[in-house]
Design a protein around this ligand. Sequence first.
Ligand SMILES: *Cc1c(COP(=O)(O)O)cnc(C)c1O
Length: 403
Amino acid sequence: MAEPFSEFVQRQLATIQTEGLLRKRRLVEPLGEGRCRLNGRELWDFSSNDYHGLANHREVIAAACESTRTHGLGARASVLISGWTPAHQALRDQLATFEAVEDVLLCSSGYAACQGAIAALVKPGDLVFCDRLNHACLIDGCRLSGGSLRVFRHSELDALERQLQKFQSHQGRRWIVTETVFGMDGVLAPLARLVELAEQYDATIICDEAHATGVYGSTGQGAVTELRESGHCDADLINRRIAVRVGTLSKSLGSQGGFVAGSAALIQLLWNTARPLMFSTGLSVAACGGAAAAIRILQDDPDRCSRLRKSSVEFRQTLRDAGLTLLGDSDSPIVSVVLEDPDRTMNWASELEVAGFLVGAIRPPTVPHNTARLRISLSSVHSPDVLNELTQVLLKLHETSHV
Ligand SMILES: *Cc1c(COP(=O)(O)O)cnc(C)c1O
């Protein structure tokens, strides 16, 4: 007889606990303006991916309510049946213009968009070159696709090139899958070089812009747009090699859901082949209305993105000058302070909490061994004074830890 189900569950939980990997949810009450309440205390929230505080923005909330009043809350069916409402159509049109593409598809999460698109496009016999730090949804998509997965060390393009060379005469298609801003490190992918390598070795790039949307590009269109706008890379080359761009509505846009931006033919193909899109209910109407308002806000105030990035550069510089170890040279709002030891990381996080700041404490296996870190996410709603206070607390922790 099989082990009773309840014992089976308990035994697995016990294993996770013994390994020190048991995670727990905490009740966090968002208060807006970059603040939250945790355990009865109000804190500055430096842990969210809502880089402009748009989830609590008055106009975003009003738009989500208004679209819900007009069209109802849920989509009621898969998009292919009847789950595509005027709210979806309006967001689609707006996102296609924003991202300067022919078409955009919308689905219920960024996770589903990435996993679904990759699994639908990559075929058995294809080769997929994946950065080692790629998000789980990209890895899952590759695994589901039946393509053969080749992992290269994070942003080490010499290693990637050697692999591309080795498989130059491979029969199937070659893909390169990457995040444009790596979510746990806060650093940009070397996109220009990736595009050149893709051209040289005839590979097609799939980009996940989850942490780049709302941060890079003149009004937050993402890192691919930023590369195009920079003039450092030929626009035709970018368009030819970066065939698929996936983004999320759930981070900078303060809403919920995922999208894929590309050619009309690509989007039509994905609606017909990507299973999480075909067999899941359409994105909620409220999420559509909210995301549409968030994009308008970013377009009306492009300074938001540059302000956020400027404060990131200054914050990083101060921490570096004081001797703290940061990951990468970047201006993204994700600032990773590497403390290496998981216990030390947890201690610093609780000290910061006592001082009034909520930050992410990230340990293996989410990040590689010996790279436990504080993941501090800045937001354009935090004032320079607040950021300065946080800096002082961090510097103090650093000083005392060296005595
Ligand atoms: C958050 C994230 C996703 C998932 O997006 P959701 O909309 O939260 O499902 C996908 N890829 C990356 C790189 C992410 O950071």
